[in-house]
Every structure is written in structure tokens, then in C-alpha cells.
Write a protein of this length. Sequence first.
Length: 231
Amino acid sequence: MTRFYSLDASHRIYPIRGLLGYFHLLYSASCCKAVLIDTGLVGEMAQLSRVLREIGLDWPDIKAILLTHGHIDHTGNLAKIKQLTGAPLFAHPGEQPHINGTFAYRGASRVCGVLEAAGRWLLRYQPVDIDEPISSGMDLPFWGGLRVIHLPGHTQGHCGFYHPSRSFPITIPGSMARCIAESLMSWWRGGGLRVRPSSDHARIVKSRVIHARTEQPLAETMECHDTMTEM
């Protein structure tokens, strides 16, 4: 059986592992529906299909796709999953150029643009349009309620999703590890060890402090990457 994290009797998180990281299936047992956070790149579709069979769901039971950001390792299966599920795509409007593969990378990050372009060609990548634009503070009616947290830094429209469970608050960002990598690169170049105030990591830490001040349990952070590459 596929491992999962359980917040309570009704809410489960299934990590779907691929070659470059994870995306997540959020399952609501009380209504037998699910949402996806990101769609991965390569190697995840078979595992996602297996998880759906294990919990008794079919593709149309996925009611929404929530995108943390538009890099290809998060959108590689997006067109296919939208076709199978009919689910709307929720994403920050700033991510549409990344989804389309038209974002103008600058400086050293142009290497990533070249790699993404090669990946789109090899995988016959198909862009899709954002159906429902999201913004910071927006509450989404999925999985008992998810709040959008804007986390600019990795990309301009990078977002996380916060579930304010009383027993187990959770924040799911997209690429916090990359921003930590960027701070280490800054230190190596002689710029000092720091995390930019607008980065994913700083925003998540700030979120943790806010919840500590309000005497709520610290939010668990679920990372979607185990590789560190620059934007």
C-alpha cells in the first residue's frame, strides 16, 4: 500500500514521487474526492493511477489542480491530467509564461531556460491555460479549505497552500529547497549567507512565527523537491 500522511480521519496526503521530486494528491475521505498540487514531470503517472485505484477513485474524482509554479518539473503531466480529469487549473497568473515556455530568463538562469526547452521538446510538452487565477489570501474550497500563500522568489507567481488544521497545520510550497540553495550560492560567491526576504524559505519561516505567536502549533512544511537547481 502506498504511504500517506493523515491529518485526521478525513484528510490524507499522498506524495507522488517522480524522477526529480514529488507532487501531492490531497484526498478527502468524507466525500471521496481529491485535488492535486502540481503534476510532476516523468515517472509519476503510473504511481498516481495506482494510488487512485487503491483509494477507490477514478480520474474525474480529481476536482482541481493547484499549481505552486510553472516550471516544467511541476507541469510536465499537466495537459494529460487535465484531459483525464476535466479538472480546472488554479494558478497565479504570473506563472502563465512559465507554463507556456515563453518566460524570458536572464543572466545565468538562461541555462535553465535551455534545459526546460529541451525537456519540452523531448516530452512533447503541451501548455495549457490557467482556468482560475489565484492570489495571496484567497481561500479555496478544497480539502476542508486551503489558503493561498504567495511566495515570490523562486518564480514571480510561486504559491504555497496552507491548511489550518487545529491539530496539524500544513503548508505545501513548491521549491523551498531551491531558495536555500540560492542563499548558499550567494555565500559561496562572497555575498554572505542569507535568504532573501521575498524567498520561499523566509516566507515559510515568517508563517511559522505568526502561528507561534497566536499559540497555534507550528505548520509542517511539505517540500516538492529533492534537487536544488536555480530558477
